[in-house]
Ligand binder design. Structure first.
Ligand code: NI
Length: 171
């Protein structure tokens, strides 16, 4: 288990197409574990493979609240939203865009179909914040960042702010 590097915007890997996972081996499970350790260390509540430079369809999410057990996580391979309903609007951030948060419109409830780390098909129904995390992380697999959901006016303001922050980090 090791903490790995999180790629930050505007790294092109965050916009790259991802490939479906077809092999469910120890290497994949190791990658998921590294992602989980990296997510908790950040700290964050979700992490998508492209954020650690791997262009494959896998996300990990914090599952502590659902299982009432701190440090519990869930890996979703080739996840797909198959049903969605209701709306919610809450504050969101992203480990690939540190220090930026914004309100984003999302579905209130989503049903996600995915494969577990052994390739077994599963389904999960999520609502409220957990549903937001799943939508946010699945977006990453399609090269979509939370800023893409904002109006262009708001997005440009945020990008300006971010570029300034980014320059300061590089200096
Ligand atoms: Ni993110």
């Amino acid at each position: 288990m090791s903490i790995v590097k999180i790629y930050e915007f505007p790294d092109p890997v965050l916009r790259k197409a991802t490939a479906a996972v077809e092999t469910f081996d120890d290497e994949l499970r190791q990658l998921a574990e590294d992602m989980a350790v990296t997510m908790f260390d950040a700290p964050g509540v979700g992490l998508a493979a492209p954020q650690i430079g791997e262009s494959i369809k896998m996300i990990v999410v914090d599952h502590s609240r659902q299982e009432d057990n701190p440090g519990t996580w869930l890996a979703l391979v080739n996840p797909e939203i198959i049903a969605a309903e209701g709306r919610q609007c809450g504050s969101e951030g992203c480990l690939s865009m540190p220090d930026l948060t914004s309100k984003v419109n999302r579905y209130h409830t989503v049903t996600v179909r995915y494969l577990d780390l052994h390739g077994e098909p599963r389904e999960i129904v999520a609502e409220d914040r957990f549903a937001v995390v799943l939508q946010h992380e699945i977006d990453h697999l399609n090269g979509v960042l939370f800023l893409d959901h904002l109006s262009s006016l708001k997005r440009n303001l945020y990008l300006k702010k971010y570029k300034k922050w980014f320059r300061q980090q590089q200096a």
